[in-house]
Design a protein around this ligand. Sequence first.
Ligand code: DGY
Length: 324
Amino acid sequence: MKPKIIVARPIFDDVLARLREHFDVTDNQADTPWTKASWTKALSQHVGALTTGSDPVDADVLQACTHLKAVANMAVGYNNFDVPAMTAQGVQASNTPDVLTETTADFGFALLMATARRITESEHYLRRGEWTQWRYDMFAGAEVHGSTIGILGMGRIGQGIARRAAHGFGMKVIYHNRSRLSAEAEAECKASYVSKETLLQTADHVMLVVPYSPASHHTIGAAELAQMKPTATLINIARGGIVDDAALAVALREKRIAAAGLDVFEGEPQVHPDLLTVPNVVLTPHIASASIPTRRAMANLAADNLISYFTQGKSLTPLNSVSA
Ligand code: DGY
């Protein structure tokens, strides 16, 4: 009898086929949306699951899932998991670190460029047929090369962005993080550690890469936006809830900061309606890790985490320690 697992959302066919060699798999290739109740009921009938960052495995869900043994998140972020509750129930939690670092850093930089140089705003103008002649100030934006980037959260992705900024664009890199990097890592990223206040007050471009937790909720709200330069841009590739989206919409509308680029939103896939009506914001639907090779690597690592747990007793990239 193969262990019964559920794959919560559509996934590459070949990854699914590989999982079927080891497991009795319930798939959702039709992408039928879950309610919390339908997801909980489905999960409770399986011992393993491959989830995305949108599928909750919290204390309420776990209460109903007494047979559950392992959940592999196809994401590096895991704020959809209650890891202490999973550990208490003996459920192995895993995520997909490393495989998406460089792709996500690429995207952070792409969003910064699009935001500072007003790429989507100007494309919409062109598509509307409003472009009649060249003007000296038409969609003139902020400088990227040679400017100062402030990176809030200096984990693997933050360091990837810092390397691109320092070595590719000659930017001055300042960062703030819970813990300071080693001197060697700072030298490699050409990055200087500063307080959060200095970062907000000094950076031309503020890049958010902090993980979400109750402690990082609204890391950027009205007070922090007020500290930023009026010419600054804010980029969020971290998680919805790190920024107070309502306060950001006000700051953008009142030009208290120049522009923002957002890949993640509070309550996504809903987007705060005011963000949809301000022109100086670039909005993307949580796609920072979405290159095909990287999404394949994430899916394969999540699958390997389940296979490894059920064959070896431990996932390859576990978030907790449990006895099988
Ligand atoms: C991640 O890996 O955390 C990305 O945000 C995709 O969910």
